[in-house]
Design a binder for this molecule. Structure first.
Ligand code: ADP
Ligand code: MG
Ligand code: MG
Length: 890
């Protein structure tokens, strides 16, 4: 069946949505299904595109086709367009392909003029009704077609209501309405310089053009930008015979959701108004009644409406949002679409539809918006709480938090112990702030990007965090946080939303995240379906426990540097770094070893039977030391306050050492395996701790699967050397027990050279883990913090880049490296396990890519696990569907 450019509702259906728009396609679909839809026709989106490409002109001959279609409506309805005898009235309705609620325009009651209004009055024997329609029409036509501000009409309406002492339009008398019509026509003439058009064909053409024009109204443009709707999609126009909800007390209009859109509960939800038309329900001038009350008022209509709701759900296999009108006791449907719903309702509806046998588990999973779901898994600001935004920063870690402002980590720790919830506000955080981060409900930094220390740590802990909030200032002296006119004292309340980046002054009501039965059920389905394994990035036994709880099948990345950062360990780590003599360094390492062993042991126990991937120390050593400025300040203070020579010497030594370790470009400096090669005793200690922990766990009857991961390898020789070290230490520590400890040694692939020589590297590696953050940085040659703070948003806005490559994996460049490395690696080492452990592990498109390339698993932060499990199932289903399509095409 082909669709004509002026296409009657009885032709076409939902498969023609691109041409007919959502409204038109579903009106056709409902007509075909025998539902009570007033007849009409759709002018396609093709015509809209033509309209714009020809300087806002309708194509030649189009109006003739339209009038032809109108003539058909006349026959069907036994009415005449523009005749005073039995006048036909129509609505002219916009209808885009992607639903854009309220963004475009509609005109109702078109076809009325000074003659036809009298005809309508006679025909219906209801003059009040006829004038009610006419005044509505003049106002809508005036504002939609001629852009007269509604306020002019509203004023007149209000004046008449005051005169008649009535609260709503429905009570206005025939005489009032006739006066309103006169005033409206006068306003129309004043504003446009022309009398109100009496030629109904002219009215129709102007209204069609106006609806096409509303596609490029400022609000429609903004909406499209926000929702990524292409500008050339265009809108269709629907011309439909009017039915009247404003014909008296047995008429009305309303909106119905087939289920509750905020809870997903399977009960009809909606509102209606008697003796009303069109937008009155949403207009807010009268208070509508809940749909359940219709049952008592008009039991038959209610019964019919329930039956239609059921039929439509069965037809679309989804929850619907339906517009209906009752004209003197008869029900008409005017629109249906898949209903918008909140994240929680979405899960419940999807699960219920499977249980009701309407859709498959796969279909249910595919309907879940993972972005949406992500918000559900964190605390959020209570929906009713509206508050002025004080500042905006980067949304670095989702969830809302509320607490009293503190400006340093020690204070945060102290207040937390005293039972006060705190928000830690820092210029930027350093590893030394970790105890403050742990104590805080949320973290706000004025500098730094999405991968700054604060952001990474906060995400790992599932704590809300906003970074790079540059509009704020800290006045250290007066202990104030300043933003324009706001000044917040230390101890004042602050609320942050790490999902949106918004900062609010004051204490706002928060809502807990809830893990409810439908989510668990859907996660179970996702686990049955997906082929990608999902592991967690976890840096502590606590994280490991969380990870297990959220369904991790192991640990894909344990960043051991985070174990060096707790306040009790930092001094020992510093001592180790500052050591000038080998023996001093060894002494410090000897103190660190049991601490690390203890952590690993707990993690092995937590992950009994699952792999635990431990990455050896990665960041440059100076990151564990305070910065030079801070040290110099301390030194000056020490000098003026009087000091002991010992303290001063120690400080001076530290400054010297920091200077020595300082690098021009630390990201590309002595870090990762380079550090391990230059200071082998550090890696040796870590490896020893791993295997000692493994040994103790084995002795307790635990199944351990340790994976030792070497970071930042760029040349096979680096891995070869360090692998020998791992094997040697394992051998020494485990002895006989080595049989019970099937450990693996592998590497991160995060330097482009490693990807390019993956075949070589795979000979020394049991696994590859793509560290996509670093790999993206090095492939693009961007430092993420600088890029995100400076040029990257400009690039994305100006379409130089399709996305931020740190959020959505760049499949064309970085992805090519990954794909190549997987193929080459596997060809040299068929047993090679491959995975991704960057932040991309939480993004749907990136997960899709991992599925296509055939990676074995994804590793992501524990709090993202539920989302990732669902996304992995979606990736699998999508791949299956694509394969089926390909097969069908052959
Ligand atoms: P929107 O897309 O903004 O909802 P619509 O085209 O759906 O705009 O129309 C606005 C209102 O007018 C809706 O309440 C709709 O039900 C009503 N309406 C549209 N066409 C008709 C008609 N032919 N008869 C009666 N009411 C109509
Ligand atoms: Mg509508
Ligand atoms: Mg890295």
């Amino acid at each position: 069946m082909t669709v004509q450019r002026v296409n009657p509702f009885r032709n076409g259906g939902k498969e023609h949505i691109e041409l007919l728009g959502g409204k038109g396609a579903h009106l056709a679909e409902m007509t075909k299904a025998g539902l009570p839809v007033p007849p009409g026709f759709t002018i396609t989106t093709e015509v809209c595109r033509h309209y714009y490409s020809s300087g806002c002109q309708l194509p030649a001959g189009l109006m003739n086709e339209v009038l032809h279609a109108v003539a058909e409506l006349e026959r069907e309805q036994n009415r005449q367009f523009g005749s005073a005898e039995r006048p036909l009235l129509v609505s002219v309705r916009s209808g885009s392909v992607t639903s854009m609620p309220g963004m475009m325009d509609t005109v109702l009651n078109l076809g009325l003029n000074d003659d036809t209004v009298e005809g309508l009055a006679q025909l219906t024997n209801n003059r009040r009704f006829a004038y009610d329609c006419y005044r509505r029409f003049i106002q809508m036509y005036g504002s939609v077609v001629c852009h007269i501000e509604s306020i002019h009409f509203e004023r007149v309406l209000q004046k008449e209501k005051n005169l008649a002492a009535c609260a709503d339009d429905g009570q206005l008398s025939e005489a009032s309405l006739a006066r309103i019509v006169q005033d409206f026509k006068r306003i129309f003439e004043q504003k446009t310089g022309n009398p109100f058009p009496q030629d109904v064909k002219k009215q129709l053409q102007k209204a069609i053009e106006a609806v096409f024009s509303s596609w490029s109204s400022p609000r429609a443009k903004v909406y499209r930008k926000v929702h990524h709707i292409p500008d050339n999609q265009g809108t269709a126009v629907n011309v439909q015979s009017m039915v009247f909800g404003n014909m008296g007390d047995s008429s009305g209009t309303g909106v119905l959701f087939t289920r509750d859109p905020s809870t997903g509960e399977h009960v009809m939800f909606g509102e209606y108004l008697m003796n009303a038309q069109g937008e009155d329900v949403v207009g807010g001038t009268r208070t509508p009644s809940p749909i359940s009350e219709l049952e008592a008022v008009m039991p038959d209509v209610f019964g019919e409406l329930s039956a239609c709701a059921r039929q439509l759900e069965l037809h679309y296999k989804d929850m619907q949002d339906i517009e209906f009108t009752i004209e003197t006791g008869k029900l008409y449907l005017l629109q249906t679409r898949n209903a918008k719903r909140n994240a929680r309702a979405a899960l419940k509806v999807a699960a219920d539809l499977v249980n009701e046998g309407l859709i498959t588990k796969e279909e249910a999973l595919m309907r879940i918006d993972v972005q949406h779901l992500n918000h559900l898994l964190h605390r959020s600001i209570h929906a009713d709480a509206d508050h002025a935004v004080m500042a905006m920063g980067l949304p670095a870690s989702p969830g809302a938090a509320c607490g009293q402002v503190v400006f340093d980590a020690d204070q945060a720790d102290e207040w937390k112990r005293a039972g006060k919830p705190v928000i830690l506000v820092r210029m930027e955080t350093t590893p030394e702030d970790i105890h403050g981060v742990i104590a805080a409900e949320g973290i706000l930094t004025l500098r730094g990007g999405m991968t700054s220390h604060a952001a990474v740590v906060a995400r790992g802990m599932g704590k809300p965090c906003i970074c790079g909030c540059e509009a704020l200032m800290i006045d250290e002296e007066r202990r104030l946080l300043i933003s324009g006119e706001f000044a917040i004292n230390e101890g004042d309340w602050l609320t942050i939303d790490g999902g949106s980046g918004k900062v609010y002054s004051g204490q706002m009501e928060l809502k807990e995240a809830d893990i409810f039965p439908e989510l668990l059920l859907i996660l179970q389905w996702a686990d049955q379906i997906r082929s990608l394994k999902v592991l967690a990035n976890a840096d502590s036994p606590l994280d490991a426990r969380k990870a297990k709880e959220f369904g991790a099948e192991g640990i894909g990345l344990c960043r051991t540097e985070h174990m060096f950062l707790s306040p009790s360990r930092v001094p020992i780590v510093q001592q180790m770094i500052l050591a000038e003599k080998e023996s001093d360094r060894q002494q410090a390492l000897n103190r660190l070893l049991p601490m690390q062993r203890c952590d690993f042991e707990e993690m092995f126990e937590e992950m009994d039977g699952c792999p635990v991937t431990i990455r050896l120390l990665d960041p440059p050593l100076h990151e564990f030391l305070p910065n030079v400025e801070e040290l110099t300040e301390r030194l000056t203070k020490l000098r003026t306050d009087g000091d002991t020579a010992g303290e001063r010497m120690e400080l001076e030594r530290m400054i010297r050492r920091v200077r020595e370790l300082q690098e021009t470009n630390p990201m590309l400096g002595q870090r990762g395996c380079r550090l391990g090669i230059m200071f082998p005793e550090i890696y040796e200690m870590q490896i020893e701790a791993i295997f000692k922990a493994a040994l103790r766990s084995i002795q307790k009857g635990i199944t351990v699967l340790p994976n030792v991961m070497i970071p930042l390898v760029g040349h096979v020789n680096e891995l070869y050397l360090l692998r020998k070290l791992v094997d040697h230490v394992a051998d020494q520590v485990l002895g006989e027990e080595i049989r019970n400890c099937p450990y693996k040694v592998g590497t991160m692939i995060e330097v482009p050279r490693a990807a390019l020589t993956a075949g070589e590297i795979a000979r020394s590696a049991d696994f590859f883990s793509f560290g996509t953050n670093d790999l993206t940085q090095m492939t693009f040659g961007y430092s993420r913090d600088d890029a995100e703070g400076k040029f990257l948003s400009h690039y994305v806005e100006n379409k130089l880049l399709p996305n931020n490559p740190f959020q959505v994996l760049d499949t064309e460049g970085v992805g090519k490296l990954i794909e190549m490395a997987v193929i080459q690696g596997r060809s040299r080492n068929p047993m090679l396990t491959t995975s991704i452990c960057g932040e991309h592990g939480g993004d749907l498109e990136s997960i899709m890519f991992c599925q296509r390339v055939g990676l074995d698993y994804i590793s992501c932060s524990p709090y993202r696990l539920p989302v990732t499990r669902i996304a992995a199932a979606q990736a699998y289903i999508r791949m299956q569907w694509e394969l089926q399509l390909q097969e069908a095409a052959v």
